[in-house]
Design a protein around this ligand. Structure first.
Ligand SMILES: [Zn+2]
Ligand SMILES: [Zn+2]
Length: 153
């Protein structure tokens, strides 16, 4: 325990099965064979969420660097969280593959800029309404789900 960990909205939340004994998946909490601690698919989902380099490899296998906005295979591209992590509020699905898209540097910059503007606006509104006892905390936006464990290969 260091006690220095600052809350970081980019860090995925602990999954449901965290702390399960052997034989139960640490991700989903369901039973496994041979007292294993993970289902193979669950382990991959967890790794994608926690290892940006691994996520990048998987996303590249799926998209081949083709930007989701302009359709051009960019030399420089970023993995973008389509539903921004700042909206996740502990919803693990924000870190899953179906929320990861390829964006070229320009389109990623543009999206980040839009998000910054939106967040600044929301912050202003919260201050404005704080005195009225409302809107002190934003409500999490539920993210529409697609297939969960589908891998691109
Ligand atoms: Zn599992
Ligand atoms: Zn683009």
């Amino acid at each position: 325990m260091t006690g220095s960990a600052k809350p970081n909205h980019r860090r995925p939340p602990r999954p449901k099965g965290w702390g399960s004994p052997p034989g139960w998946c640490r991700f989903c909490g369901e039973g496994t064979v041979k007292r294993r601690r993970w289902h193979d698919a669950c382990r991959i989902v967890w790794r994608i969420a926690n290892n940006p380099q691994f996520a990048r490899t998987i996303v590249f296998a799926r998209d081949r660097g083709v930007c989701a906005r302009c359709g051009i295979a960019a030399e420089k591209w970023h993995v973008d969280h389509e539903g921004p992590l700042v909206d996740a509020y502990g919803d693990f699905s924000y870190w899953e593959l179906d929320n990861l898209v390829t964006l070229c540097v320009d389109h990623h910059k543009a999206k980040t800029g839009r998000e910054k503007k939106r967040l600044a606006k929301e912050k202003r509104q919260r201050y404005k309404f704080a005195g009225l006892g409302g809107l002190s905390k934003p409500t999490p936006t539920p993210r529409p789900r697609q297939q969960r464990f589908q891998l691109p290969f």
